[in-house]
Write a protein that binds this ligand. Structure first.
Ligand SMILES: Cc1cc2nc3c(=O)[nH]c(=O)nc-3n(C[C@H](O)[C@H](O)[C@H](O)COP(=O)(O)OP(=O)(O)OC[C@H]3O[C@@H](n4cnc5c(N)ncnc54)[C@H](O)[C@@H]3O)c2cc1C
Length: 487
């Protein structure tokens, strides 16, 4: 059997997929080619491929039925949450089935005494916090997409967010998962109360980008909300000085809840959009600093931060006076990617990591690479983690410009690796960075990881073509061609 393009045989494929109606009502089975195009990409518009079918699953039993059906027929499938991923993790496989989990969004249990909640995979990240905040708790990982992205998508990508500097990534907040394995078996890994003996299989699963099966339930850790929160905006007329302020704050042993930087182009896009936050538009950079925790000791940290910012020639430092002002400052940061829709039709969000102390020089390189390839780059990033997001705005209908965008993207990630960093901080590898994995791993390291995947999914049916170069089916950037290899 070979993977073929869904476009090549739409009629035959559609008839085969109609069998899926044995598990799902017809109104939750999408076969119409124009409707399938809605699912042809996620938040990475560089890669597009319409699926063979989309199933909007509403229960674990439906997921099991679809996965078993795919397994029997050797048809690949792709789990999908909200589709906000930025590395093409949810990009369909030709002739494959997309298993959409958005209908499974119930919060099944909240236990604040034992500090956990059990949720369905399609639960939107922010809903978890909304369900427990009245009781003084929250779910700590807060991707800027938290109003839309799903908990299972976060698990698959090991997502981060502005507050992960202090609180850790998704993997630090997932206690247990239920997963439908690629052959349709159901496994329950971990659990709410105790660290089970043996291998940390939950830790192994988190970050596997949908290649280990379909998550159908997640047990998440609940974190007590801090007694006090203080948020500041430091304004700079030089990006380098903002970066030095970040390095100095952490060097002095202060651990803020968040340290986020926006550059001039990002500030201008935000201020022209509905996400307007009141950032000064002539600034070269703004730095958002948030402290949280016990009130005791916070005055000292605030004073130290004020001194460090002034020593680094901050031209303004203001504190949010109340919750409304704090929300306003965060609105601009969290809406920044959306605001970039004002700059051009398409956006390529990069996700490199460098040591904090190399932020300044790497950003200078990023701006230089952008000039060299004549692309428009803006930067908004988790500065405290050294996690850069150079964002290239472009017109995806122009192949020549798209080629320059890809060349610039590659050079930027190479610069991050040269600086001692990584090609991904939180967005995953997906299809976007399969070719960049050898920048970090030798052939033996990659093979070891692929062997692990094969132990779980020997037929490579669950989200094939992602993460690893030379996977059974692989996509070629721009040409949309998948390697056809007989099973
Ligand atoms: C405006 C914006 C801001 C963002 N900010 C951040 C940020 O601050 N930090 C950050 O880390 N990311 C951020 N992201 C990226 C994205 O939101 C995260 O990667 C998020 O976790 C994806 O969730 P999703 O539900 O949209 O998953 P999708 O995009 O649908 O899927 C992502 C991956 O998860 C897999 N998957 C989905 N559901 C399941 C399941 N049930 N079982 C197994 N695998 C599954 C998919 O196959 C795919 O590989 C941002 C994106 C946008 C558009």
């Amino acid at each position: 059997m070979v993977f073929r393009s869904a476009r090549a045989q739409p009629a035959a494929a559609a008839a085969e997929y109609e069998e899926l109606a044995r598990w799902v009502p017809a109104d939750r089975l999408i076969l119409d080619p124009s409707e399938l195009r809605v699912y042809e990409c996620d938040g990475l518009p560089l890669h597009k491929e319409p699926p063979g079918a989309v199933v909007l699953c509403a229960s674990r039993e439906e997921v099991i039925g679809v996965v078993r059906w795919c397994h029997e027929r050797r048809i690949p499938f792709v789990p999908r949450g909200a589709g906000t991923g930025l590395s093409g993790g949810a990009t369909p496989v030709p002739r494959g089935v997309v298993i959409d989990l958005n209908r499974m969004r119930r919060i099944l249990k909240v236990d604040v005494e034992n500090r956990y909640a059990v949720v369905e995979p399609g639960t939107i990240n922010m809903r978890v916090t909304q369900a427990v905040e009245a009781q003084g708790y929250h779910y700590a990982p807060d991707p800027s997409s938290q109003k839309a992205c799903t908990i299972a998508g976060n698990v698959a990508e090991n997502s981060g967010g502005p507050h992960c500097l202090k609180y850790g990534m998704t993997t630090d907040h997932v206690l247990g998962i239920e997963v439908v394995l690629p052959d349709g078996e159901v496994a329950r890994l971990g659990g709410p109360l105790a660290e089970p003996p043996g291998y940390d299989l939950v830790g192994l699963f988190v970050g596997t980008e949908g290649t280990f099966g379909v998550v159908t339930e997640v047990t998440v850790r609940l974190t007590p909300s801090p007694q006090s929160v203080r948020t500041y905006l430091a304004v700079f007329d030089d990006m380098s000085l903002a970066c030095r302020t970040v390095a100095e704050i952490t060097r002095q042993g202060i651990l803020p809840a968040a340290l986020e930087i926006l550059d001039r182009l990002t500030i201008q896009a935000v201020e022209a959009s509905v996400f307007r936050a009141g950032y000064p538009q002539d600034a070269a950079a703004v730095l958002l600093v948030e402290l949280d925790g016990f009130e005791a000791g916070m005055d000292e940290d605030e004073e130290k931060i004020r001194r460090i910012a002034l020593e680094n020639r901050a031209i303004e430092l203001k504190a949010a006076r109340d919750a409304a002002q704090r929300m306003q400052l965060w609105k601009g940061r969290k809406g920044a990617f959306g605001a970039m829709g004002r700059i051009n039709t398409d956006l390529y969000v990069l996700d490199g990591v460098v040591p904090r102390t190399r932020l300044e020089e790497t950003l200078n390189e990023v701006y230089g690479i952008a000039r060299k390839h004549r692309v428009t780059v803006s930067n908004v990033f988790h500065a405290g983690d050294g996690n850069l997001h150079p964002n290239i705005s472009y017109d995806g209908r122009d192949p020549e410009e798209t080629a320059r965008v890809l060349a610039a993207g590659r050079e930027i990630l190479e610069a991050c690796v040269r600086a001692g960093g990584s090609i991904s901080g939180e967005h995953g590898i997906g299809v976007e960075k399969v070719d960049f994995m050898p920048l970090l791993f030798g052939p033996d390291d990659i093979q070891l990881q692929k062997d692990l995947r094969l132990a779980v999914d020997p037929l490579e049916l669950s989200n094939p073509g992602k993460i690893f170069p030379d996977s059974r089916s692989c996509i070629e950037v721009g040409k949309r061609r998948w390697k056809e290899i007989p099973l």
